[in-house]
Design a protein around this ligand. Structure first.
Ligand code: SF4
Ligand code: SF4
Length: 100
């Protein structure tokens, strides 16, 4: 079962993930993303918002699918910067792997 941690978004600021709470889950980024893959990247941002770190770690391989095309960031209506959030989540995951 995934644990929920409302403080997770704050913890991620050290990895450059500081705009996740701007997201209101409209789904534009998932619709425009060329990967067309399981609501990516929106689902990762939602995981940050609810603090579902376990799910991010379980699905970490999805973070490396990102093409850095920037379409999600350019079309996001809330300046949530989803493309940069994905990069920050990679840094978080790598730090967890190093600790393991
Ligand atoms: S487009 Fe922006 S506000 Fe909409 S779901 Fe994606 S990150 Fe959130
Ligand atoms: S930057 Fe990554 S997550 Fe955003 S639209 Fe491009 S491939 Fe998808």
């Amino acid at each position: 079962m995934a644990l929920v941690n409302p403080d997770f978004a704050q913890e991620l600021k050290q990895f450059g993930v500081d705009t996740a709470l701007e997201c209101f889950n409209c789904g534009t980024c998932a619709a425009i993303c060329p990967l067309i893959y399981e609501h990516f990247p929106r689902k990762m941002i939602r995981y940050v918002q609810v603090g579902a770190a376990e799910l991010i770690l379980q699905q970490a391989q999805d973070l490396w699918r990102c093409l850095h095309c920037g379409l999600c960031t350019r079309t996001c209506p809330r300046q949530a910067n989803p493309g940069e959030l994905i990069l920050g989540l990679r840094r978080y995951v790598v730090s967890r792997w190093r600790r393991a």
